[in-house]
Design a protein. Structure first.
Length: 96
């Protein structure tokens, strides 16, 4: 159920390692991430509620976890925007 477009149309997707060793993978098309549990290797899909009133899809092409901030940070190359994503993978808020 992974949604992405190839390099000819957008920057690649991103992968980050979270605080408990989980892998979080982005879509470069829509505000959705997938979390892979480090013990069971089960993938779960997380559609992010985004704080953006433009009505456009926001995909993420860079993703990292900040232990100091206790959040993920993502970048959308197609929109030139930075986003803060909560560790429960529910909401993305524009960050600067």
């Amino acid at each position: 159920d992974w949604v992405w477009v190839g390099r000819q149309c957008a920057s690649p997707v991103a992968v980050a390692i979270g605080p408990r060793g989980e892998a979080v993978i982005s879509s470069n098309v829509v505000p959705t991430v997938w979390r892979i549990d480090p013990v069971t290797l089960v993938a779960s899909k997380h559609d992010l509620a985004i704080d953006d009133d433009s009505g456009r899809d926001i995909g993420f092409t860079a993703l990292t976890y900040s232990a100091q901030q206790g959040a993920y940070f993502a970048f959308s190359a197609s929109h030139g925007s930075t986003w803060r994503i909560d560790t429960l993978l529910r909401r993305a808020q524009r960050s600067g």
